[in-house]
Design a binder for this molecule. Structure first.
Ligand code: SAM
Length: 274
């Protein structure tokens, strides 16, 4: 084969390869910018007024579960949302089921005051854990904007509260009737202002020896979840503890029992110490 024929064949092979691999063609083709049709020049649109930037919620951006990969967080969350206790949906993650069980045994609460009853299962479960520890005189008071009406348990009372309306918050007579120590559990709306408002309210009647569990501090920082809670419980916890540095202490033993904040109650196990 002459050198000319050889070069010709090489050139044809290269063209064929480019034709059957469209990405070669696409990658090299640069679209012409569209030309504006001739005509009168439009006046420039006025500048839009400046938009105030929404304040980002105080607190960490996303890395609140430093030990858990995103896939694990989302899988645990999926399971938590589908978990059932005594046939009813109950929204507690497995770490917190274990941590609460031990906490009830250690604290021996006279009352578990729960904000956020949902289907009533968590109050029922708290009552069963109390019974399992022989705490038969203790009581669970569970409040919600939609009180549970279809559960009958001698240790549990369901009632109404709207966290957004202080007129519905517990009365002095209700609080005076609670056995101590109180385990105060906020698992209701998770809105930053609600959680903080109720924490400030509870500060007026919680005493040294009582205990707080503020749930779902991860709710506004979970990967893939929209931020609807204005920083949520975690922001409220931070601000509340900054207001009362002497009276409360985060129970790090429980928060970090399975690894740093491997719980859905991020920095949310809190002792009242003074
Ligand atoms: C996460 S669920 C509670 C889950 C339950 N503690 C459990 O572990 O199965 C949140 C509950 O908060 C209640 N809630 C939402 N907004 C509220 C408000 N403004 N006041 C009182 N309760 C509210 C809802 O009706 C819902 O039952």
């Amino acid at each position: 084969m002459s050198r000319l024929t050889h070069l010709l064949r090489q050139w044809k092979a290269a063209r064929l390869a480019a034709a059957v691999r469209p990405e070669v063609v696409v990658a090299t083709a640069t679209p012409e910018p569209e030309k504006a049709p001739p005509g009168p020049v439009e006046p420039a649109a006025p500048e839009p007024p400046p938009v105030a930037e929404a304040a980002p919620p105080a607190g960490p951006p996303v890395a609140i579960h430093p030990l858990l990969p995103t896939d694990a967080i989302m899988a645990i969350q999926r399971g938590t949302l589908h978990y059932r206790y005594r046939g009813r949906q109950m929204l507690k993650c497995p770490f917190d089921l274990a941590l609460y069980t031990e906490l009830v045994g250690d604290l021996r609460p006279g009352t578990i005051l729960e904000l956020g009853s949902f289907k009533g299962a968590s109050a029922l479960w708290f009552a069963d854990v109390l019974r399992a520890h022989g705490l038969n005189e203790s009581r669970v008071r569970s409040l919600d904007i939609k009180p549970v009406t279809d559960i009958d348990d001698p240790m549990v009372t369901y009632g109404h509260i709207d966290l957004a309306d202080p007129a519905t918050w517990p009365t002095a007579a209700f609080i005076d009737g609670l056995r101590r120590p109180i385990l105060y559990v906020d698992d209701a709306s998770h809105q930053y202002d609600h959680v903080l408002g109720l924490l400030r309210f509870a500060h007026g009647w919680l005493r040294a020896g009582d205990y707080l569990a503020i749930e779902d501090g991860n709710i506004d920082y979970m990967p893939g979840y929209p931020q609807h809670f204005n920083g949520g419980p975690l922001r409220a916890i931070r601000e509340f503890l900054a207001e009362h540095p002497e009276e409360y202490r985060i129970d790090r033993r429980r928060c970090d029992f399975y690894g740093t904040n491997v719980t859905w109650n991020i920095d949310g196990y809190i002792e009242r110490v003074r």
